[in-house]
Write a protein that binds this ligand. Sequence first.
Ligand code: AQP
Length: 333
Amino acid sequence: MSKKIFSGVQPTGNLHLGNYLGAIKNFVDLQKDKDNSCIYCVVDLHAITVKQDPKILKKNIRETTASFLASGLNSSKSIIFNQSKVPSHAEGSWLLSCVARMGWLNRMTQFKEKAGHDKEKASVGLYIYPVLMAADILLYDATHVPVGEDQKQHLELTRDIAQKFNTDFNCSDFLKIPEPLIQKDFSRIMSLRDGTKKMSKSDPSDQSRINITDTKDQIVNKIRKAKTDSKPLSENVSDLEGRPELKNLLGIFSSLQNQDLDVSTKEFAGKNFSELKEKLAEVLVEKIHPISNEINKLLKDYKYIDKILLEGSIKAEKISKKKVSEIKTKIGF
Ligand code: AQP
């Protein structure tokens, strides 16, 4: 069955291994299937839900685009653009925010995590971010959305909004109900310093993540220093429970090697962490370093990157403008 794919990444800093394995690697695999039509967005409107330095934001938009291209996305196969160039996203978001319910948004765990203890000081944008995400997806009639496990709840909200709109305006199947595409075993890459916390751009410790742009030495050092426990490596996947750091390192290894977690577990059964770390660092350097080289090459020609984004935004605007216009007709404008 042909799929309409939509997904996005925020230009909020260096992309890390979690973004790559949880999302971008999957984007590239989906692009390989000729039956799929894929749209990948640098979601810069989402980025400004927390304070951004204008100059750094501009640089990050180009860097995220370069990371897409360096990882294997191709603008002749997929639409690649940045959200702020396509006004339909903001317009669609407003229309859908009048359908979404406060109670639904109040349940979003990411808002609670990101707003922290002082919710009063969080931006209104951070609170309604999931509605903008729903507009991003629904304006393109996306059938499938590749995301990491952390975005599952937002995707459920997107489905609820679409269903409510279709019911309220008596137009069943008008907004398409999208399916999440979440990888089975490696959908949540964890911090290298704490296997119970998600690897994330906003973690103050750079040691907690492998950035796509890290040098070979940085990769090797970070893996060498990654937190472990004191037992020998497990014999079976079931023994990984309660050993989050081991599970994470084996998960990263398996994802990079495209092999099941139980195959990797067997490969290192009974060995020491140092052997796993050495092999993992080797594989990471082999897979990630070429991407970082390519990013650096692409960033030397920012006009090329801007051209890709402009061309992508023209294509995206054409599709999403039509859907916004249809939504407005349904509403009664
Ligand atoms: N640790 C992760 N494991 C697996 N997937 C992940 N993703 C993010 N972190 C992990 C997936 O990457 C895609 C793009 O994420 P994003 O940049 O739009 O937003 P995010 O989830 O907020 O990313 P970060 O790095 O965690 O940023 P901060 O620190 O600002 O919160 C999404 O599909 C996401 O699931």
